[in-house]
Write a protein that binds this ligand. Structure first.
Ligand code: IMP
Length: 435
């Protein structure tokens, strides 16, 4: 029940949805769920490296660039300035969405300032990864890092450039001069050609043109009219280029600050930061993962949770919930609400563990390690819970959860100091507890 004050707050809510782990926390489902209660859903960083899976009715769709707010209610969906857009991936996705009978007119808005991923970014991403050998980051190969390099080097192509093909061709030609030197002389690869790239872009340009806008202005007007906004993060806090496990990170800022720079929404307008965490941990790609399980229990988490990448199909690394890492993400983002996803994956475990701290050099530590080398010396210390051995699938009221599952959730809340306002017990909208 709303009282008048909470209704007012909810009405003007500007809520960031942020992954509290290494991505794949189930943000897509939560954004889809909450999008019926908002006017705008805004993706603010990353690109088609993300894979946000939505299941509703008998349909499943994986979105990579289009915000997850298209299918529940009528929110306007904005691809913000902080996103890097592969126009060819985008038009494929537009087609997929249209097949589900969604009319994108007046629903999809693409920032004119968002940067474009070009074929050379993808080629460079894949070649650089290969050259790293055993130190590979495990990127998705979608050109994300090189596109952000172009952006900060001030040689990037932006969506607004697609509106002037003559100038676009000139800019691509100028960029290729350097890139081709690298392709030929560093990697021993074939040169790329401006005309071929232009030809590959033409269809995408004509389809995306009507959706390109000054989205900062649109969002500022929404704020002035006190309209609720949902900001949809991709990847997760521990993959943040500044605050994650560098260099095993993505090249953008999934954390709360990135939501402001990636949309043009000022920090003081943000009212809620909702962190999404699985009831266990996963990571795809290389890099530190203190609670990783290399045994039967890890395999069982992967099997129960169907832990295979939504974008690349790679098997995800699995392990127990790391409360040191979760607390770090909560502090980093100022999360004032949490959502717990995939609780049902733990239903048939005899015992369930959570890491409460680590031992390093014989001493207790409660600090999440940011340096890859530090992690090798860390030993996670666990608290063990008895499993509930009952299906939680489909349960939509907290009091209907097995008592042991309630105890597990309460322990995490007390440890972190933030409440789970949402508990997800399956991939579909109705398999959700709201508190
Ligand atoms: P990139 O973002 O493709 O450059 O990849 C950098 C790192 O981030 C790799 O370890 C990827 O596996 C990881 N990564 C990128 N996007 C996602 C995602 O959406 N979920 C989980 N991991 C991701």
């Amino acid at each position: 029940m709303y009282n008048s004050t909470s209704f007012f707050l909810e009405f003007m809510a500007v809520r960031i949805i942020i992954g509290a782990q290494w991505g794949d926390e189930g943000k897509g489902k939560i954004v889809d769920l909450l999008s019926a209660e908002t006017k705008y859903v805004v993706r603010y960083q990353g690109g088609a490296n993300a894979g946000h899976t939505l299941k509703f009715d008998d349909k499943t769709i994986v979105l990579h660039l289009i915000p997850s707010g298209m299918f529940n209610g009528n929110a306007k969906c904005v691809i913000g300035n902080g996103v890097v857009i592969d126009p060819i991936a985008l038009i494929e996705e537009i087609e997929e969405v249209k097949k589900l009978d969604v009319d994108l007119k007046d629903r999809l808005y693409i920032s004119s300032s968002a940067h474009v991923i070009l074929p050379y970014h993808k080629v460079l991403d894949q070649l650089k990864e290969k050259s790293r050998g055993k130190d590979a980051i495990g990127t998705t190969g979608r050109g994300i890092g090189p596109a952000y390099v172009s952006k900060v080097s001030r040689i990037g192509i932006r969506m607004i450039d697609l509106l002037n093909e003559e100038q676009l061709e000139e800019k691509i030609k100028s960029n290729l001069a350097d890139i081709n030197k690298a392709l030929e002389h560093i990697y021993g690869e074939e040169k790329l050609d401006t005309k071929t790239i232009m030809a590959s872009l033409r269809e995408a340009i004509s389809i995306t043109k009507p959706f390109i806008h000054n989205t900062t202005e649109i969002l500022h007007n929404a704020l002035e009219n006190s309209e609720p906004i949902l900001l949809e993060g991709a990847q997760g806090s521990l993959l943040d280029v500044d605050h994650g496990t560098y260099p095993y990170v993505t090249s953008s800022s999934p954390t709360a600050g990135g939501a402001c720079t990636g949309s043009g929404i000022p920090p003081l307008s943000i009212t809620h930061a909702l962190g999404i965490t699985k009831a266990y941990c996963t990571r795809v790609g290389n890099g530190p993962f203190p609670t990783e399980l290399d045994d039967e229990e890890g395999e069982k988490l992967r099997k129960n949770g169907q832990e295979f990448g939504a974008t690349t199909g790679r098997p995800r690394r699995c392990g127990w919930l790391d409360l040191v890492a979760l607390k770090y993400a909560v502090r980093l983002n100022g999360m004032n609400e949490l959502a717990l996803t995939k609780l049902d994956v733990l239903d048939d475990f005899e015992t369930i563990k959570v890491c409460t701290h680590y031992i390093k050099d014989g001493n207790e530590t409660h600090v999440f390690p940011l340096d890859a080398d530090d992690v090798d010396e860390l030993k996670p210390v666990y608290k063990t819970f008895p499993g509930w051995n009952r299906s939680t699938r489909d349960i939509s009221s907290f009091s209907d959860l097995p008592e042991k599952a309630q105890e597990y959730i309460h322990f995490i809340e007390d440890f972190i100091g933030v409440k789970f306002t949402i508990v997800s017990t399956g991939p579909k909208r109705n398999e959700t507890i709201r508190r």
